[in-house]
Design a protein around this ligand. Structure first.
Ligand SMILES: NC(=O)C1=CN([C@@H]2O[C@H](COP(=O)(O)OP(=O)(O)OC[C@H]3O[C@@H](n4cnc5c(N)ncnc54)[C@H](OP(=O)(O)O)[C@@H]3O)[C@@H](O)[C@H]2O)C=CC1
Ligand SMILES: O=C(CO)[C@H](O)[C@H](O)COP(=O)(O)O
Length: 469
């Protein structure tokens, strides 16, 4: 796409319609269409009502939209990941001309984005995989955007993307992170961290609600206070709001009428799978994915609560301890996200700029928080062993908060409260501060049953133990 490319968008759902209004508001012309045609008319009416329809062209279907667009064209897809994207690309390709660009702006498995990039570009078109974060409000008023594609593809869309992106102190929260799947992978890891942070917040809520008998609105007030301090973030802000909301039918807390089964569309799972595939572990993110899966087993959990009748001891935790525990958990989840980015960047030769990732996440996206400026600064400075948790700033915060995390997890475990993500953060930190661990025993076991050999402490490799004598 060049600067003069005609812009189109397919998929006027929650994200696509909000992003379209954002694009129009920033003064760009836009062609739109949707699978269900009547949605197009509804959207055009919405844009007219908002005074944003001057540069808008609605079309009944994809073929008509492409025909109405002067080449070169750049067509944004904002539709569910997987088969819908493949089917849409297949429908789109016969109508495109050389030099046209397809931008998949939905969430996508980056392996699939790599495959699509190769297939589409082999036919002479340009393909961009772009992660967009910020939910509906972000898409409407300025999301964070993570772009993957060739440098030429990025330079062709840069003006539009930076124009519609969230701004942090005037700087656009959008950047190009590498070729093909790099942008979608950065977005996937963003979502993995999102899962972890949401789970850590939910566990902290649970300790106050179930362990200390605080009402949702009381806990909401605690989160509201925390949002003015070190935990300042979008997710803590919205948690304070949802916990203080009342159900319009019962008048009781809104959260109490919601079934405790978390949905998941796949991005958290993709992050965990990729971490393990890359020989990593992001155990806080993995715990969050697991917790969502277990949450959907409501009937089994109900049966388990009757069989084990586990006592849920009364907790008396300091609010400051809970705040510090949540902060340390959050730091670990960010750190684990960046460890996966690092492993993938090495594996796929992406050279991802981690400081820029942190900067792009400072506004517009779901995991924006006051920590991200410090994370960017840490990546620009000296990072011992390349580990975010060892940077001066974060080592200090972790050292200060670790005793509180230990007290919170200890009390929760003793009282029978499930805190898989908080406990995982503690397990990770305790492991990472243990000079000599217990994998010597694992190596001995492997050698015993499988002749796998081990490295002696003097450096000699392929050694065997005395077990078979
Ligand atoms: N909601 C969010 O907070 C965020 C979502 N995303 C991603 O953005 C993308 C869109 O999500 P969202 O707007 O929430 O989804 P919605 O369900 O609100 O909208 C989905 C859109 O995709 C269209 N669609 C559905 N199935 C097909 C298909 N088989 N072929 C072509 N078009 C189809 C729908 O058309 P129709 O109207 O005809 O049904 C609709 O326009 C997804 O990839 C999602 O993961 C990314 C960041 C945040
Ligand atoms: O990308 C997003 C936010 O960043 C989407 O809202 C996504 O749907 C969230 O994931 P899940 O539906 O699995 O909770």
């Amino acid at each position: 796409m060049t600067e003069s490319a005609t812009l189109g968008l397919f998929g006027l759902g929650t994200m696509g319609s909000a992003l379209s209004l954002n694009i129009l508001e920033k003064g760009f012309s836009l062609h739109v269409t949707n699978l269900e045609t009547e949605v197009v008319g509804e959207f055009v009416k919405e844009a007219e009502d908002a005074g944003l329809a001057e540069n808008l062209h609605g079309a009944d279907d994809l073929a008509k939209m492409v025909a109405a667009m002067a080449p070169p064209r750049a067509i944004i897809l904002m539709i569910p990941s997987g088969a819908p994207v493949d089917e849409t690309i297949e429908k789109l390709l016969p109508h495109l001309a050389k030099g046209d660009t397809i931008i998949d702006a939905g969430n996508a498995d980056f392996h699939v984005t790599r495959r699509r990039t190769a297939e589409v570009e082999a036919q002479g078109f340009t393909y961009i995989g772009m992660g967009v974060s910020g939910g509906e409000d972000g898409a409407r008023h300025g999301p964070a955007m993570m772009v993957g594609g060739s440098p030429a593809a990025w330079s062709g869309i840069r003006d539009v993307i930076e124009g519609i992106a969230a701004k942090f102190e005037g700087s656009p929260c959008a950047d190009h992170f590498g070729p093909d799947g790099a942008g979608h992978f950065v977005k996937t890891v963003h979502n993995g961290i999102e899962y972890a942070d949401m789970q850590l917040i939910a566990e902290t809520y649970g300790l106050m609600r179930n362990g200390q008998g605080q009402s949702p609105s009381e806990v909401g007030e605690v989160f509201e206070r925390w949002n003015k301090g070190v935990l300042e973030s979008y997710l803590v802000e919205i948690t304070a709001k949802v916990l203080q909301a009342s159900d319009t039918e019962t008048g009781g807390p809104a959260v109490d009428v919601i079934v405790d089964a978390a949905g998941q569309k796949g991005t958290g799972r993709w992050t965990a799978i990729e971490a393990v595939r890359l020989g990593q572990s992001a155990n806080v993110i993995e715990a969050a994915v697991a917790a969502r899966a277990w949450s959907s087993e409501g009937e089994a959990r109900a049966a388990g609560s009757a069989i084990f009748d586990a006592p849920r001891g009364d907790l008396e935790l300091d609010e400051a301890d809970l705040e510090a525990a949540l902060l340390v958990g959050r730091i670990v989840s960010y750190a684990q996200g960046f460890r996966i980015l690092d492993a993938a960047s090495a594996e796929y030769d992406w050279s991802i700029d981690y400081a820029r990732v942190a900067e792009v996440w400072r506004a517009g996206c779901i995991i924006r928080s006051s920590l991200l400026g410090d994370i960017a600064a840490a990546f620009r400075g000296d990072l011992p062993e390349g580990q975010l948790i060892f940077s001066e700033t974060f080592a200090k915060l972790i050292s200060e908060g670790l005793p509180a995390l230990r007290r919170v997890v200890g009390a929760a475990v003793a009282g029978g409260h499930a805190v898989p993500a908080l406990a995982s953060a503690l397990g990770f930190l305790d492991t990472m501060r243990t000079k000599r661990g217990t994998a010597d025993v694992i190596q001995a076991q492997r050698d015993f049953f499988g002749h796998h050999g081990f490295v002696r402490i003097d450096g000699r490799r392929d050694q065997h133990g005395p077990w078979w004598d």
